[in-house]
Write a protein that binds this ligand. Structure first.
Ligand code: NAD
Length: 480
């Protein structure tokens, strides 16, 4: 089952126990750029997941005993190979998920390599100093917990996958990875890379397939010791229920409806251009500040400047470096986004810009859209659209800005634009979010704690938080 995608050979079969394994069933990966099928991919289920978990479980008995230095060397080798193949990975990912080629080339794929490098290095300096309890020496160790099941979505497939896979492997866990069915191809290239890096058979496994089949089988498998999931809230609920009988620790990175708060004292041009950046990746970004809250005194001026800039967003084939945003990932997702917009319009809201498909381009291209002042309980203001659809509202003062920002069940991120440092600190303290950016957006480093509050997730990853999750932390006491 080999396909040629942008000149790169892809093996669409699973990667289990160090070998390519097929399934009776398969599915087509469809490119969002033109809705053409680009590759055949195996569709796994219970049997393939069971084989992969057993292979991972067997490999764990050896992998867990490797030294941190050995594991770090493997991870650095993987990072080297990712770096050597940035261009291949970038062109395949763009064809598969429709995100910009220029950001894959210069941002996303180098970051994939960094995921491996960073956790390799962090592992080597992971240390909890011994401490004394009434003359007894206490020693903390980070013991690998077992097989980690990892499930991620399509909006940044390889980056989100490796953000979980790299720390799990560094921690000494073995991994069964279920990539997203709407963008499964770079996971297959990652399997090739791990093989070339000499990673022992069974340490890293890929089972391709649909969430309700391969994904569901992974989440209920009794030999899984950690489940790490990035995706939507409804799927998270299903996974939590499936994992409950096995009492498996969960790490969830879920959706958002983040506030983007603009105070009158902010750097106006910076506020407008950063707000426009919330359309990046055609709005398919969990962290996007999709509720723009602007202080009343500058609302009219802000709205005018925002619309002027939004009109100039260039939409088109993401392989062409001149474009700013591309298509939605798939026909069902496009219809979902269109459904939110149609219902908002039917409720009487008029979009200030956009409000429908980009008819010049056809296909899955949806125009950047802005709704102003939706009702407090409007669906468009409450639910995560995960498309290029933003809402604009205004507030009178800081207290109202905070109240509006926190008026959501989500709590992933918040952006605060203000020229007043004290205000930045006050608002940051009050806002309910796992990540708060002041006068910036998307400044990310792997040392940072990453995760959301409320419906946006459970737990944190990044730096030592990742090791806390993938390890069974042991406290040993030694008598004098
Ligand atoms: P989704 O929940 O539909 O799917 C995510 C993954 O879960 C896919 O691999 C899918 O196959 C799998 N899956 C589906 N049903 C399953 C089941 N019953 N059991 C096990 N696995 C199953 O989400 P999506 O639409 O692919 O992704 C978009 C969502 O992801 C948005 O809500 C977005 O905010 C969120 N997201 C969050 C972050 C973050 O870091 N917080 C990052 C990116 C995306």
């Amino acid at each position: 089952m080999r396909s040629l995608v942008e000149g790169v050979e892809i093996d669409g079969r699973h990667w289990i126990g160090g070998a390519r394994v097929g399934s009776a069933e398969s599915f087509k990966s469809i490119s969002p750029i033109d809705e053409q099928p680009i590759a055949d991919v195996s569709a796994g289920g219970e049997a393939e997941v069971d084989a992969a978990v057993n292979a991972a479980h067997k490999a764990f008995q050896t992998w867990r005993r490797t030294s941190p230095a050995e594991r770090a060397a493997y991870l650095h080798k993987i990072a080297d190979l990712v770096e050597a193949r940035v261009e291949q990975l970038a062109v395949v990912e763009t064809r598969d998920n429709g995100s910009l080629l220029r950001s894959h080339r210069r941002g996303v794929m180098p970051r994939v390599a960094m995921n491996f490098r960073f956790f390799a290095d962090w592992l080597l300096q992971l240390d909890h100093p011994d401490f004394d309890v009434r003359g007894h020496r206490n020693h903390i160790s980070y013991d690998p917990s077992g097989v980690a099941g990892i499930i991620t979505p399509w909006n940044a497939p390889l980056m989100l996958g490796t953000w979980r896979i790299a720390p799990a492997l560094a921690a000494g866990c073995t991994v069964v990875y279920k990539p997203p069915e709407w963008a499964p191809l770079t996971a297959s290239l990652l399997a090739d890379i791990t093989a070339e890096a000499g990673l022992p058979a069974g340490v890293f496994n890929v089972v391709q397939g649909l969430g309700r089949n391969a994904g569901a089988a992974l989440t209920r498998h009794p030999k899984i010791r950690r489940l790490s999931f990035t995706g939507s809230v409804p799927t998270a609920r299903t996974i939590a229920a499936a994992a409950a009988p096995n009492l498996v620790p969960l790490s969830f990175e879920l959706g958002g409806k983040s506030p983007f708060i603009v105070f009158a004292d902010s750097d106006f041009d910076l506020a407008v251009s950063t707000a426009i950046g919330q359309y990046d990746n055609a709005g398919q970004v969990c962290l996007a500040g999709s509720r723009i809250l602007v202080e009343e005194s500058i609302r009219a001026k802000f709205q005018e400047a925002f619309l002027e800039k939004a009109k100039n967003i260039k939409q088109g084939d993401p392989r062409d470096e001149i474009f700013d945003i591309g298509p939605q990932i798939s026909r069902p997702h496009f219809e979902r986004v269109a459904g939110f917009v149609e219902r908002a319009k039917a409720s009487g809201l008029k979009p200030l810009i956009g409000g429908g498909p980009n008819t010049d381009l056809g296909g899955l291209y949806f125009r950047p859209t802005l709704f102003a002042d939706p009702a407090h309980d409007a669906e468009i203001l409450r639910e995560e659209v995960f498309g290029p659809v933003l809402c604009l509202q205004s507030f009178k003062d800081e207290a109202q800005a905070i109240a509006m920002a926190n008026d959501t069940e989500y709590g992933l991120a918040a952006v605060v634009m203000t020229g007043d440092e004290k205000r930045a600190e006050r608002v940051t303290r009050e806002v309910n979010a796992g990540l708060v950016w002041n006068n910036c957006f998307f400044v990310r480093d792997l040392r940072q704690a990453f995760g959301g509050n409320g419906k946006s997730g459970i737990g944190r990853e990044g730096g030592t938080w990742s090791f806390d999750f993938y390890c069974d932390v042991k406290n040993a006491v030694f008598a004098p």
